[in-house]
Design a protein around this ligand. Structure first.
Ligand SMILES: Cc1ncc(COP(=O)(O)O)c(C=O)c1O
Length: 196
């Protein structure tokens, strides 16, 4: 059986309507910007998620460092424990962040980092004893597939069944170089409601 056939037996893929896209391309190898499928076809990876856009797939330096780290300390929960790789990364990030940003909170993917941001904002006001439960978000954004991230994303075909469960959001236009005054006016109007 091919990988494509084995895939179809048990796997669901994200953001995919399987009746419209019954087959996935089975990738067996990646190098630089090239992906190789099980039939010997090659593709340019123009999606380039994670770090692959900057450093290419299977970058020898990154794979070596990851392999070394996995043999020393593979994983440990980050609540009340810490380790040098995280400390070193936080120090490197602080170096390039503006001076008013001195704290780092690591998350594990794009969607959960948006959840973390939303929870931090809500908890800030909760701790101050203020009820704030409306978020402001740009129209037409995409922030991921968890509930908070879907709530602040522009409404898309993927979100339909879940909209009843969203956090309340007021949307403002995305800046395009000509609409700053309009956005500012909308922001001011929304902030006067005091719920955000
Ligand atoms: C702008 C943006 N934010 C958030 C996400 C969600 O990231 P993840 O898929 O790691 O949850 C994506 C994913 O494509 C993205 O492009």
């Amino acid at each position: 059986m091919t990988l494509k056939e084995r895939d179809k037996k048990h796997l669901w893929h994200p953001l995919t309507q399987h009746q419209l896209h019954p087959e996935s391309v089975a990738i067996v190898k990646a190098e630089g910007c090239t992906l190789y499928d099980e039939d010997g076809n090659t593709y340019i990876d123009a999606i380039a998620s994670w770090y692959t856009c900057m450093y290419g797939h299977c970058n020898p330096y990154i794979t070596k460092k990851v392999a070394e780290q996995m043999q020393t300390l593979d994983q440990v929960v980050f609540s009340s424990l810490t380790h040098e790789p995280a400390i070193k990364l936080s120090e490197a990030l602080i170096e390039i962040l503006p001076n008013n940003q001195q704290k780092i909170f690591f998350s594990d993917n794009g969607s959960t980092s948006v959840e973390v941001g939303i929870k931090m904002a809500l908890q800030y006001h909760f701790n101050r004893g203020e009820k704030r439960n409306v978020l402001i978000a740009f129209e037409d954004g995409f922030h991921g597939d968890t509930f908070g991230a879907m709530s602040v994303s522009g409404l898309s075909v993927y979100n339909g069944p879940f909209e009843d469960f969203f956090i309340e959001v007021k949307r403002i236009p995305t800046p395009n170089g000509t609409n700053h005054d309009n956005i500012l006016a909308q922001l001011n109007a929304i902030s006067k409601t005091n719920a955000v």
